[in-house]
Design a protein around this ligand. Sequence first.
Ligand code: HEC
Length: 193
Amino acid sequence: MIKNSILILGTIGLFVFAMIGLTILPKVFIEPNVEKANVYVWGRAVEGHKVYVANGCVYCHSQQVRPKGYGADIERGWGRASVATDYKGLSPHQLGTMRTGPDLSNIGVRQPSRDWHLIHLYNPRAVVKESIMPPYPFLFEIVDAEKTQREGLKLPPEYQIPGKKVIPTEEADALVDYLLSLTQRDPIKPQQN
Ligand code: HEC
């Protein structure tokens, strides 16, 4: 009988402990910060987030930097440790678990060039020789050079197609807007307006 009550009390205790730790404490300590935080992804970058999700970038890239003492993320230059407010405003969150490629939490700081990102998406090998990232040519259109006023990608000579221009689609432009918005800005700054 005593054994049974210990079992029941233990089970209830464990449940209450988990509930406090996983739902009540985060609500008290994290939610107020999240409410005050700015949303840093807007406009076309929101569309870009959808392209990121649709193309499964999360299968090779995380967006969560571990704090010091939990791995070498900071030393790798992937930014500061991630906090809850970094994920405000976008769903589904792209935290990821795989790191075939680098973490992208602060890629907008590490690589701020729009041209670089566009070329890299069209063909990663054009900018990173040894890259094993897959190319995303379907995010671009190959157009006769004389048929468009638009500027094509500034590809290295060996990747250029004679008489043609490689033009980013709306999706590619939006995806790069999203990548450039990933800058880990002030995590708990209240809205200023
Ligand atoms: C099969 C795995 C894989 C997938 C899927 C993948 N990547 Fe990558 N990515 C890599 C690898 C490996 C690298 C490192 C080599 C390089 O820079 O190309 C990389 C590098 C990058 C970089 C440069 C990171 C840096 O620190 O310089 C960006 C930006 C990037 N990927 C964006 C994307 C986006 C956006 C998608 C989805 C459209 C995507 N990746 C899909 C493997 C992948």
